[in-house]
Design a protein around this ligand. Structure first.
Ligand code: C5P
Length: 396
């Protein structure tokens, strides 16, 4: 199953490091090529000799060999790998990865790696629950890294709770599934609109909304992981993917223009942008001074990007979003039809944890064949995976 796949295993200082011996054996049995990087503190838990013997490759932890002077090229290691897995990931290395700190070979390799990266944290339960740890894990996810959450159970401290690294068999399973999925949408081109649009009132003010681009970025990552080529047209969002082509725009008119240009090449189009429905008719050239007690701005309708491209649809598979506060199902189904979507993803602002600026979302799928699918509250990363799974199943 993993024959010829190149796996770079990065091991940090945590008691779970002892499990990497079993993990390397499992990977080798599946036919993978394995190279191991260790932090210096990982060596307190398992010896480089063990992992070198099992992986049949030298273990790297320094930038160069102190005796021979041979340089261990972190860029080459990152390029060599089809997949980098950091397991166990300690709180210390997590904090550094989340903040661009680069004081050892593992971190330099992480920063230069071009391949998908999966991390499997392991630490004591209170460390795991600390807001900084949780924030750092979210940051890694926002960089497109996959996080395998720590599992519940007995911990080395004698306490019991969430903090155990996922078992080697489970890690292997995740890697196998990832490689299987990575071929499913190979050669397919995906166009995604994402983020808010800002419509100028004057040179300093605008009409906008709270969209951060988190959902669109998670969708881009999930499509990339399925082997697709992604182009994103993003409004002024906080989050954009760190791969593929990202075209930045400000307004709905600019977003339509760019989406229209990229459209004919696309196989799948995801309209996840929160486009401003209206824009000021004539933005002031200079900053508007306050004078009167009331102030009026004349607004004109923006183009509906999804509806416009819906009219042109040929081979493309269109996915839209509906963010509703009431009468959700009726509104979503109406949009599905009106905008010629193949699938609409409904999220209701009435559901706790759904909508703008959240890391989670609770969605329902309605498709053009009258199918409905309800999902639990999940991370936006998992919602994105569900969308990609739907496309894999339904794309002709
Ligand atoms: O009509 P409503 O804004 O609720 O529709 C939401 C869907 O339509 C989303 O997929 C959104 O990205 C898309 N849309 C668009 N252009 C607009 C308004 C919405 O592409 N001007």
């Amino acid at each position: 199953m993993l024959a010829g796949k190149k796996i770079l295993l990065a091991v940090c200082g945590s008691i779970a490091a002892y499990k990497t011996a079993f993990f390397v054996r499992l990977l080798k049995k599946e036919g993978a090529e394995v190279k191991v990087i260790m932090t210096n503190s990982a060596k307190d838990f398992i010896t480089p000799l063990t992992l070198a013997t099992l992986s049949k490759n030298p273990v790297y932890s320094e930038y160069f060999d102190k005796k021979s002077g041979e340089w261990h090229n972190h860029v080459e290691l990152g390029i060599w790998a089809d997949l980098m897995m950091v397991a166990p990931l300690s709180a210390n290395t997590l904090g550094k990865m989340a903040n661009g700190i680069c004081d050892n070979l593992l971190l330099a390799t992480y920063l230069s790696a071009k391949c998908p990266i999966i991390v499997a944290p392991a630490m004591d339960l209170d460390m795991y629950q600390h807001p900084s740890t949780q924030e750092n894990l979210r940051k890694l996810q926002s960089y497109g890294n996959e996080v395998i959450e720590a599992r519940d159970g007995e911990l080395a401290s004698g306490l019991s709770g969430q903090g155990r690294m996922a078992e080697p068999e489970e890690l292997l399973d995740i890697i196998k599934k990832k490689f299987a999925k990575s071929l499913k949408l190979k050669g397919k081109k995906v166009l995604i609109t994402s983020g808010p649009t800002f419509e100028a009132i004057d040179p300093v003010r605008f009409i906008g909304n709270h969209s951060t681009g988190k959902m669109g970025t998670a969708i881009a990552d999930a499509f990339k992981n399925a082997g697709a080529e992604v182009t994103m047209i993003s409004g002024p969002a906080t989050y954009t993917p760190n791969h593929g082509k990202v075209i930045r725009v400000n307004t709905a008119v600019e977003m339509l223009e760019q989406a229209d240009t990229a459209y004919s090449n696309a196989d799948i189009v995801v309209f996840s942008a929160a486009v401003s429905d209206y824009r000021p008719e004539s933005p002031a050239k200079e900053k508007i001074k306050k004078s009167e007690d009331t102030f009026q701005i004349n607004l004109v309708k923006n183009p509906d990007i999804a509806a416009e491209l819906g009219k042109k649809k040929k081979k493309q598979f269109h996915i839209g979003f509906a963010l509703e506060t009431h009468n959700e199902e009726v509104n979503a189904k109406e949009k599905l039809k009106k905008k010629n979507f193949d699938l609409i993803v409904l999220n209701s602002l009435n559901d706790k944890g759904a909508g703008f600026q959240q890391d989670t979302n609770k969605v329902t799928f309605y498709d053009a064949n009258n199918n409905k699918q309800d999902f639990e509250l999940k991370s936006k990363t998992d919602v994105a995976e569900d969308i990609v799974d739907y496309v894999i199943k339904n794309l002709k």
